[in-house]
Design a protein around this ligand. Structure first.
Ligand SMILES: Nc1ncnc2c1ncn2[C@@H]1O[C@H](COP(=O)(O)OP(=O)(O)OP(=O)(O)O)[C@@H](O)[C@H]1O
Length: 165
């Protein structure tokens, strides 16, 4: 069995896992783009700090659930490559956890953002007039993430089991 020799190695393996999940899991990439979009929207709408933190926590819960789901899928495929009812249970329950987290985050997002959307145009103009540089930078970052979400999987073959799901 391969073991991490020190803290640096542990981080390297952890980052490798993050990269693997990001590159191979379409849903995780979608969550990542949604997170960037929601945070930009929150910044434009001048969301109070406390609400920003709650939104951020919900985003993290969804992403962590998606990564654990990916780990469960890999372990199940290793332990039971053939069809088995328990393998199905494990994968379905893990997928259900992601769904639950995503529904919670979506409801929370609606609750926080919908009442503020009517003032979007006004708030955007305030940001645009006072902080044009940051606004343009954030919009460019969003486009960059979108391009990365679309193109990254085609350029990375760094893991023996990497394939787009
Ligand atoms: N070994 C197995 N035995 C029985 N059912 C399985 C098995 N592997 C997968 N399934 C069923 O197929 C579904 C899809 O499994 P799969 O491994 O393709 O996940 P996936 O669609 O790639 O998930 P994701 O989109 O999150 O990556 C599972 O939820 C489960 O119901």
């Amino acid at each position: 069995m391969k073991r991490a020799e020190n803290l640096k190695e542990s981080f390297r393996y952890a980052f490798s896992g993050l990269r693997y999940a990001f590159v191979t899991q379409r849903n995780l990439r979608l969550h990542f783009f949604t997170a960037a979009f929601v945070m930009t929207l929150g910044w434009i709408l001048n969301l109070p700090k406390r609400e920003f933190i709650v939104v951020l926590a919900a985003i993290m819960v969804v992403m962590v659930a998606e990564m654990l789901n990916t780990a469960v899928e890999a372990v199940v495929d290793l332990a039971s490559p053939e069809i088995h009812p328990l393998a199905q249970t494990a994968k379905d329950v893990a997928a259900g956890a992601v769904l639950l987290a995503a529904i919670g985050a979506a409801l929370l997002g609606l609750w926080v953002f919908v009442p503020r959307l009517p003032s979007f145009g006004e708030e955007f103009m305030v940001r645009w007039n006072n902080e044009r540089g940051v606004t343009i930078l954030l919009l460019l970052v969003l486009v960059g993430i979108l391009l990365m979400v679309i193109w990254l999987p085609r350029t990375w073959h760094g893991h023996p089991t990497s394939q787009d799901h």
